[in-house]
Design a protein around this ligand. Structure first.
Ligand code: HEM
Length: 376
């Protein structure tokens, strides 16, 4: 990626169906395209470099109700506005004590059971799952079903039909909860969206599926992969243990270095646009590589080096522009609290298997680890 960045800011890219579009890797250009309303996020225009076989519910079709990530203004604003206030820094600060409790409970249970443990099953997956369940108002008892369906939804290796089935399952779960809120009002986010009355039931259910799935799968990936990165960079781990004040910066650096949203963000220009002297024609496929942008040497010195002391803010791990991640403050809080407690509470933490045996989740739209066997 660093090599691609060295050659040019944008490149011709042949998609699997043979048509040729564009791949953008330079950090500054990725940000300017993501902030440019001439580049549409509408799913009916989107084409991706790694399509799933069959009729994908997210590609080449109009956005599913509530799926703001596949919409342009003004629809996007209409769906996103009711969320404002719930995910601000201040709102997330109010959630921190509960996140700390959830983290402490899971680490205590892991310690009591004793080593070895799978850090994904006992910590990285349940912590963000329970957090987003409580925030939305989804019963945590339904986790086995929604975690499995969510993994299918984001898998790059299932057929499009399997993804559509998983989506239908999640949609039914959320729609049921939304309808229940009409009869039994509640203070959780689903209850608030129903009480607001601005969105239809189907839209709230779709938005709920997006928040539930993006809200746990991503952060789980970062907790697992972030721990693996620290365990395989003992100098960085030691620096963090010696100075917990480095934690917020370390989280930004891990987000940059790992960039788990690894499969490329698709956009389509609605009109001809000139970028860096090249003409991108209306309707051509454009893929933005967030991992490449976050390893651009023009934006970050020695970008392939993990350095928890660097200033990594300005990375695009959460995207950029109007679609920038709704849940970024929550994710940061979960990562800071989760990794902080793990690093300080388990001084002897180590991998329980050779690093080559850790099953990496390269088959998922969000990079992570399927399991992380650890000992202490
Ligand atoms: C959007 C990454 C956590 C909900 C995005 C985008 C990225 C991203 C790259 C932009 C996609 C695009 O432009 O097409 C991440 C990462 C996370 C994380 C790396 C964790 C480390 C979360 C959490 C939630 C969430 C915890 C929910 C509470 C969303 C939503 C959008 C989004 C709803 C769509 C926003 C829009 O289209 O306006 N995320 N995310 N994400 N994320 Fe996250």
């Amino acid at each position: 990626m660093t090599r691609l960045n060295g050659t040019a800011p944008l490149h011709r890219l042949r998609y699997p169906d043979g048509h040729v579009g564009w791949l953008i890797t330079r950090h500054s250009l990725v940000r300017s395209v993501l902030a440019d309303p001439r580049f549409s996020a509408r799913s009916e225009l989107k084409r991706v470099p790694a399509p799933r076989p069959g009729a994908d519910p997210f590609i080449g079709e109009p956005a599913l109700p509530g799926w703001l990530v596949d919409m342009d203004r003004p629809e996007h604003t209409r769906i996103r506005r009711p969320l404002s206030g719930r995910f601000t820094m201040r709102a997330v600060d109010r959630l921190r004590p509960r996140v700390q409790e959830i983290v402490d409970d899971h680490l205590r249970a892991m310690r009591e059971t004793g080593p070895p443990a799978d850090l994904v099953a006992s910590f990285a997956l349940p912590v963000p799952s329970l957090t987003i369940c409580e925030l939305l108002g989804v019963p945590y008892g339904s986790r086995a079903g929604f975690q499995r369906a969510s993994a299918v939804l984001f898998s790059l290796e299932v057929t499009a039909e399997q993804a559509a089935e998983a989506m239908a399952e999640l949609d039914a779960l959320l729609l049921d909860l939304v309808r229940h809120r009409h009869r039994h009002p509640s203070d959780d986010l689903l209850g608030k969206l129903v009480a607001d009355g601005g969105l239809g039931d189907q839209e709230i259910a779709g938005l709920g599926v997006l928040l539930l799935t993006a809200g746990h799968e991503t952060t789980a990936g970062m907790l697992g992969l972030g721990t693996l990165a620290l365990l395989t960079h003992p100098g960085q781990l030691a620096a963090l243990r010696a100075d917990p004040g480095l934690l917020p910066g370390a989280v930004e650096e891990l987000l940059r270095y790992l960039t788990i949203f690894h499969f490329g963000v698709p956009r389509t220009p609605l009109e001809d646009v000139e970028l860096e002297g090249r003409l991108i024609r209306a309707g051509e496929s454009v893929t933005l590589s967030l991992p490449a942008a976050n390893r651009d040497p023009e934006a970050f010195d020695d970008p392939d080096v993990l350095d928890v002391t660097r200033r990594a803010r300005g990375h695009v791990a959460f995207g950029y522009g109007m679609h920038q991640c709704v849940g970024q403050n929550l994710a940061r809080a979960e990562l800071e609290i989760g990794l902080g407690a793990l690093v300080s509470g388990f001084p002897g933490l180590e991998l329980a298997v050779p690093v080559e045996d850790v099953p990496l989740a390269a088959d998922s739209g969000f990079y992570g680890v399927h399991a992380l066997p650890v000992s202490w």
